[in-house]
Design a protein around this ligand. Sequence first.
Ligand SMILES: *[C@@H]1O[C@H](CO)[C@@H](O)[C@H](O)[C@H]1NC(C)=O
Length: 256
Amino acid sequence: QPPPSPLLALCTLCTFLVSEKHAGDQSLWKPYLDILPKAYTCPVCLEPKVVNLFPEPLKAKAEEQRARVQGFFSSSRDFFSSLQPLFSEAVENIFSYSALLWAWCTVNTRAVYMKHGQRKCFSPEPDTYALAPYLDLLNHSPDVQVKAAFNEETRCYEVRTASGCRKHEQVFICYGPHDNQRLLLEYGFVSIQNPHACVYVSADLLVKYLPSTDKQMNKKISILKDHDFIENLTFGWDGPSWRLLTALKLLCLEAE
Ligand SMILES: *[C@@H]1O[C@H](CO)[C@@H](O)[C@H](O)[C@H]1NC(C)=O
């Protein structure tokens, strides 16, 4: 029994990666597997004592991510057990947590969305993840603009840049308008000159600098929580974000 559909595409790719890697020299995909990183620097791979050094909002996100990967691992176990007839070695050893963590990071750091035709063997979701060998060799720059998509006519994944590139210069793609926290969480690196860089402010920090006499504070915090306004409160190059300002306006409201 495969896991429920949202996880199906992820599970399929992870299963593929782990089993092909296990096949070693026998794998048709060996040239691709050989160029993939052997280890990742995403927070989910870091030791808890390192994660503890992160600023609070990033630490919370990193812990959430770890819980998500562990949940994914435990919910996929039965599925991996069902694959035992295909392997001579015990599947627990092949689909170990560390193997799955490597595969999860591989997919998370380099999978692209792709539409696919409706077929029984695919998940019912219209979009799914796909790995595009060699596309993942392109590094990120926040300063370039590219259009990237699978072209149904040419049957190729095409990347077109709108920014010029000189001969012998490294070509970049843009993974998205991400701040450094997001880059670190999703890809395991930060960008030094990032126009989207920002500082995340936790609700605890805001409360610390507001009058402690406010009896409505807990109520205000719960309103913010209910409306998803407790997360992603940031300061960017242009000052406080709209979300942060809105949260602050509410927190600073005085009782009638
Ligand atoms: C916070 O930002 C992340 C990444 O941009 C996004 O996935 C998430 O949904 C956001 N959370 C809220 C409550 O807006």
